[in-house]
Design a protein around this ligand. Structure first.
Ligand code: GTP
Length: 469
């Protein structure tokens, strides 16, 4: 080799050594490794000592469940066979394992040149992740638009994060504000017994990673579950489930309120990197859209059927429920009673104590009446301060007893106002019966209303029956 040729080879080696793409060069005859360039060593962590020849590289990098020898080797053999100095290199996409156990998605191409095999490895992991995330985002939005179940939508998000960083396992827990608990949203790959045990855990400063993340409304990183105090109470459970680490991020709504938590268990790196944080944020943001949409939907449904102030059935749903009950009762020839209840001098209560206290009276009446009604009774708010109650399968005596006990308990109890005063109020009731006949709700309501009018006319704070009952 002339000096000029030697210089050319050295220049070529230098070019390959510092090329931005990972390059591995093997001797075709001996299969010995000639070069693993800088980019290759940085990407996979392997040096010449780890990969002395082609077989060692295949063993180390291709022995993944995702890229088993069976599927990749024949394709590599094919590209080796097809490779020629005269043909453009053709490539395959696959997963390759790194020395630290992480998995990279790559595009490999091969050229043969002067008795050497040149493998060019292009790392497309980040590119694929972005593509997958865009796909997941659009799938998720489509599912939300089609009103898929919240569990299904959250499962799509969880599976994307798990796909991005094997062998991690993820869960979404939903915040139950009233009970201050976390309920299972989606955790498709965590063991069933673990999910069962976690469903309903309390929110608290030292409760696992999720209970604590929800309590502090900030990310909680537990690198070693076995030794962390937050997890002491769950050691038996986490060991049985094979869980070693858990990062949990609060999922917040657009206005910052807590909606739930997103947890990543057994992440490949013990502490989250910037990329991991971006990943958690991506998942939390998508989960937040899904949960907020679900909550808004439920709230709309609730408003369609229930009275916003008292939580009782509203006029429309009282009519629906009572019509069904009246139909069933007439088929069985059972007697139903319909009661109308109205707060006495409610205008005066509002005028003297204010509208807010008036509202409090209505809530108090609803809550206490429900507690005193027999099983199977239906109660609804059908007007401002007017309530209707349907008692199935009843008779005159027991209905009177129910009505009198409602009237007495409400007037006796009184309620505590915002400024700690005890306010007393009374109610009047009118009653009518279906006598096992086929009756419509509105006709029974008219009769009960007539009886109620009589109760008002004859002094209020009393119960009256419709004529002939
Ligand atoms: N605080 C409050 N008041 C309401 C609500 N809906 C209706 N009202 C009030 O209820 C009052 C009903 O007054 P009236 O129909 O004159 O009856 P009343 O004062 O109870 O008198 P009697 O029924 O004859 O004993 C009105 O002042 C309404 O403004 C509500 O949701 N909250």
């Amino acid at each position: 080799m002339t000096l000029a040729e030697k210089n050319q080879v050295a220049q070529l080696e230098n070019l390959l050594e510092f090329a931005p793409m990972a390059v591995a060069v093997f001797d075709t005859a001996s299969t010995q490794t000639l070069l693993l360039n800088n980019a290759f060593q940085t990407l996979f962590g392997y040096t010449l000592t780890d990969i002395p020849d082609l077989a060692a590289w295949y063993d180390k990098s291709f022995a993944l469940p995702e890229a088993s020898q069976q599927s990749v080797s024949p394709r590599l053999t094919r590209i080796e066979e097809g490779a020629s100095p005269n043909l453009p290199p053709f490539s395959i996409e696959t997963s390759l394992g790194s020395k630290d156990g992480s998995v990279r998605q790559v595009c490999i191409s091969l050229t043969l040149f002067e008795g050497k095999k040149f493998f060019y490895v292009n790392d497309i992991t980040d590119h694929l992740i972005i593509e997958q995330r865009l796909q997941v985002r659009s799938d998720m939005l489509e599912m939300v638009a089609k009103s898929s179940s919240l569990k299904d939508v959250l499962t799509v998000i969880v599976q994307q994060v798990q796909r991005e960083s094997p062998p991690s396992l993820c869960s979404v827990l939903l915040f139950d504000k009233q009970e201050q608990r976390l309920l299972l949203g989606a955790a498709p790959n965590l063991p069933g017994f673990y999910n069962q045990a976690i469903h309903g855990i309390h929110v608290g400063p030292n409760i696992g990673s999720c209970g604590a993340a929800a309590y502090h409304n900030q990310r909680v990183i537990v690198e070693d579950i076995d030794t962390h105090t937050n997890w002491q109470a769950f050691t038996e459970l986490t060991q049985k489930a094979g869980l070693t680490s858990c990062w949990s991020d609060p999922i917040r709504g657009a206005d910052g309120t807590l909606l739930g938590t997103f947890a990543i268990y057994n992440s490949p790196s013990p502490t989250p990197t910037q990329k991991d944080i971006e990943q958690i944020q991506f998942a939390s943001n998508l989960a937040s859209i899904a949960i907020e949409n679900h909550n808004a939907h439920q709230e709309l449904e609730r408003r369609a059927y229930f009275d916003y102030l008292t939580g009782l059935a509203n006029r429309r749903s009282f009519f629906e429920l009572s019509s069904n009950l009246l139909k069933q009762a007439s088929a069985l020839k059972e007697n139903c009673a319909l009661l109308m209840m109205d707060v006495d001098h409610f205008k005066k209560i509002n005028d003297v104590h204010g509208h807010d206290l008036g509202d409090l009276v209505l809530k108090h009446l609803a809550k206490n009446s429900l507690a005193n009604l027999p099983e199977g009774a239906i109660m609804g708010r059908i007007g401002g301060e007017e309530f209707a109650i349907l008692l199935p399968d009843t008779d005159r005596v027991s209905t009177l007893e129910v009505a009198e006990s409602l009237r007495e308990s409400l007037s006796a109890e009184g309620l505590t106002s915002y400024d700690n005063q005890t306010i007393y109020y009374t109610v009047s009731l009118g009653i009518t019966f279906s006598f096992g006949l086929h009756c419509y709700t509105d006709e029974l309501l008219r009769e009960a209303d007539t009886a109620l009018y009589k109760a008002k006319q004859t002094g209020r704070n009393r119960v009256c029956m419709f004529n002939g009952c």
